[in-house]
Design a protein around this ligand. Structure first.
Ligand code: ADP
Ligand code: MG
Length: 505
């Protein structure tokens, strides 16, 4: 068991973190730290205060070229997938997990500073889940098997092997910087691929620290490369490059469409984990105490900045007022504050000024179009005025066609909608282009199974919300994505299947 007690002293910035922030931040290519060839840099700042944290290198097309060459060379040499045994690869991945765990306070502080989330949350959630993720796939490294196929030809042996895809460009978002990177890196490594990681421009720091841990663990140079930079430059060049065999992407549907267009020429493999507008349904027969707490954290956990966030809350009419009153009370108790605050808050700010503007735009539009806020609805001032803090917000009196009901907000905003019967709410729940997650709260076995079967989503939670596990597949129906991460399914994203025929008779 990992010890998850949060040591109080971790709200003070550690000397190692201070030293790390003060360094020059380069790109990690072929096992070496190099500045962007153009010398370009960009700033990353702390959304709790707006304060500058560090300047990091801004990779351009020529840096992408260098990283692809390095990763290709390592891959083509077989230094990772052929010259090491699968068990040796597994041991290295496990060692990386140990290093992540031993540096948990540093990694947690880097994500808390860069993203704004409470450091206690990063320490208890993001970092241990990342370490666990690497361990799970370390175990897969020597279990990726093919099959012997009984083909219909006399004297013929046919078997399959699963080979790595090659060089994988992994493009990740800012909401769980380390964890979203781990979700992709771990299965890609276990399958024998070489990796170029492009962290989000809002949160580049933990990826750079992770590269140090790869060095320390002793991975062959070129297996893992990090390009910090912007989506439109570094990301786009990675997507278009013919030397990249696969793109693994988590982010918005809009960017995913650009990625599919830009990858068309090279016809590379692309897997996508995108957004959602996840329905969360509370039936009158549910354990309402549990449902109230569950629905509150389904939306406000990580400040609504999760792709699965339960942002459309359907409540059966007979318990609508009761549930809402409970949620408003629970929401009023949520403590919002600085990620590194001495009194650790429940929630930090949203990630950037841009995100603040987007979320406040949705809130203003909702209020302007006749929706009513039960609680929240404002940017927070006082000592939080320099950061990007938004009150957790619950809307009622919404109409299905409003943008706040239809579009992903990716912030702490939920729409509560009453319903009368099961068929009506099932139709409403599925009436969205998205299909990442859905949930329901009920004590009725038949309702639970019926909805689990009919909700169009990659994950369905019953009487719970937000659970994920390295062993359980995760991904989207409809416009929420292509492919499944986690579990043994993720290995399909990072392997090719080869069928081999040998005449033996
Ligand atoms: P968000 O809108 O939540 O910031 P995005 O989908 O814009 O999410 O970003 C997710 C990741 O995709 C980030 O690493 C970002 O830099 C990258 N990205 C953005 N635009 C592009 C693009 N045109 N090509 C490749 N990657 C991109
Ligand atoms: Mg930042």
């Amino acid at each position: 068991m990992i010890d998850l007690t949060f040591p109080e002293q971790y709200v003070d910035i550690l000397p190692e973190v201070r030293a790390f922030l003060a360094e020059e931040h380069r790109l990690y290519i072929g096992g070496r730290w190099v500045p962007a060839l153009s010398g370009a840099t960009f700033e990353t700042s702390d959304p709790s205060s707006g304060r500058l944290l560090a300047r990091v290198s801004s990779a351009q097309a020529e840096d992408v070229e260098a990283a692809v060459q390095a990763a290709r060379q390592t891959f083509d040499s077989g230094a990772w997938h052929l010259k090491l045994t699968p068990s040796e690869r597994g041991r290295l991945i496990w060692k990386l997990a140990d290093l992540i765990e031993s540096r948990a306070p540093i990694l947690a502080q880097l994500d808390a500073l860069d993203n704004g989330k409470p450091v206690s949350k990063a320490f208890k959630v993001d970092v241990p889940l990342s370490a666990e993720h690497f361990r799970y796939y370390a175990g897969w490294a020597n279990k990726i098997e093919g099959a012997t196929i009984p083909v219909n030809t006399v004297g013929m042996l046919n078997y399959t092997v699963r080979e790595p895809v090659g060089v994988c460009g992994l493009i990740v978002p800012w909401n769980y910087p380390l964890l979203m990177a781990a979700w992709k890196i771990a299965p890609a490594l276990a399958a024998g691929n070489c990796i170029i990681l492009k962290p989000a421009e809002q949160t580049p720091l933990s990826a750079l620290y992770l590269a140090r841990l790869f060095e320390e663990a002793g991975f062959p140079p070129g297996v893992f490369n990090v390009l910090t930079g912007f989506g439109e430059t570094a990301g786009a060049a990675l997507v278009a490059h013919h030397g990249v065999n696969k793109i693994g992407f988590t982010g918005s549907a809009t960017v995913a469409r650009t990625i599919l267009r830009n990858s068309a020429e090279s016809l590379k493999r692309v897997s996508l984990e995108l957004g959602g507008k996840s329905p969360n349904i509370i039936f009158a027969d549910a354990n309402l105490e549990q449902a109230v707490v569950g629905a509150t954290w389904a939306i406000f956990g990580n400040n609504g900045q999760s792709c699965t966030t339960g942002s459309r809350l359907y409540i059966q009419r007979s318990v609508f007022d009761r549930v809402l009153t409970g949620m408003a009370e629970a929401t009023a108790r949520i403590r919002v504050g600085m990620g590194m605050g001495q009194q650790q808050p429940d929630l930090g700010p949203v990630v950037s000024a841009e995100q603040l503007q987007t979320v406040m735009g949705f809130i203003d539009e909702g209020q302007g179009s006749g929706a009513r806020t039960v609680i929240g609805g404002r940017r927070m001032g006082g000592e939080l005025a320099n950061g990007y803090f938004i009150e957790p917000t619950i809307f009622v009196d919404v109409q299905e066609q409003m943008r706040i009901v239809r579009e992903e907000i990716f912030g702490p905003v939920v729409c509560a909608i009453p319903f009368d019967d099961a068929d009506q709410v099932l139709r409403a729940a599925n009436e969205t282009p998205y299909g990442l997650a859905a949930g329901l709260w009920t004590r009725d076995l038949q309702t639970a199974h019926r909805f689990a079967a009919r909700l169009q989503a990659g994950t369905v939670w019953v009487n719970t919300w937000g659970d994920t596990d390295a062993a359980s597949p995760f991904g989207g129906y409809k416009q929420s994505g292509h492919g499944r991460e986690m579990g043994k399914e993720a290995l399909d994203l990072y392997t090719e299947v080869k069928s081999i025929w040998i005449r033996v008779d």
